[in-house]
Design a protein around this ligand. Structure first.
Ligand code: C5P
Length: 223
């Protein structure tokens, strides 16, 4: 394998409701993070996995993942971007492709990991999995009055894993300013073209209670 995967898993998961940090919430009896790491480790290209865990849970996460796959666990930061930066700094010499994958996308198939890595290997410096946007999207003002309708055909919903040539991601994080919600955003600011590949509905981000229920159903029916 020539791929390192960074897994930011240090978020609180406020939108899921009260409880443990999101990555440690159970899905079919196992934490989201266990599901996510198991699928990453099943992708043949993956050589190294670095997880950014909530600072108070580093030892617990190490123990939790030890039977799943060989992983490095580091304490995450206050923002997703800081958690990714800490994990990136912990990647050993070797892998020249780095993927960043949210723990919350617990059912991401290994095939998607492979297809993102393959696109980087084929020469794209930055690669993101995307899906078409099915809803009509409108921009709305502070008073909840519509300002305008966006051309849906030009929009994509962006998932993870996002893949990068290692030097490109390292440079983007070194130059990073205000925190963004994804890593491709940092790379875009560097003027690097970001290539889209088809995403997977199974890579949904488990964010709200409805998503957790959907994920339980997908697992129960063979997802
Ligand atoms: O909050 P959001 O759903 O965008 O978080 C996406 C991913 O980033 C989650 O896997 C979450 O655990 C992670 N995260 C992190 N460190 C933070 C905040 C979020 O690793 N400080």
């Amino acid at each position: 394998g020539d791929v390192a995967v960074l897994v930011p898993a240090a978020g609180a998961g406020v939108r899921l409701g009260p409880g443990r940090p999101k990555a440690l919430r159970p899905l079919a009896g196992e934490p989201l993070l266990v599901h996510a790491v198991r699928r990453l480790a099943a992708a043949p290209s993956v050589h190294t996995i670095v997880v950014a865990a909530p600072a108070a849970e580093v030892a617990a996460v190490r123990a939790l993942l030890a039977p799943v796959a060989p992983v490095t666990v580091v304490p995450g930061g206050a923002e997703r971007q800081a958690s990714v930066a800490v994990a990136l700094a912990a990647v050993p010499a070797g892998p020249e492709i780095v993927l960043v994958h949210d723990a919350a996308r617990a059912l991401t198939p290994p095939e998607l990991v492979e297809s993102v890595a393959a696109a980087v290997r084929a020469g794209h410096d930055a690669v993101i999995p995307v899906l078409p946007v099915v809803d009509t999207v409108k921009e709305v003002g502070a008073d909840e009055v519509v300002l305008g309708t966006v051309d849906r055909s030009a929009l994509r919903a962006v998932q993870t894993p996002q893949g990068f040539r290692r030097a490109v991601l390292t440079a983007a994080h070194a130059a990073a300013g205000d925190p963004l919600t994804d890593d491709a955003g940092l790379v875009e600011k560097q003027g690097v073209p970001v290539r889209c590949v088809p995403g997977s509905e199974y890579a949904l981000k488990i964010t709200r209670p409805f998503d957790l229920a959907l994920a339980e159903h997908l697992l129960a029916t063979g997802g």
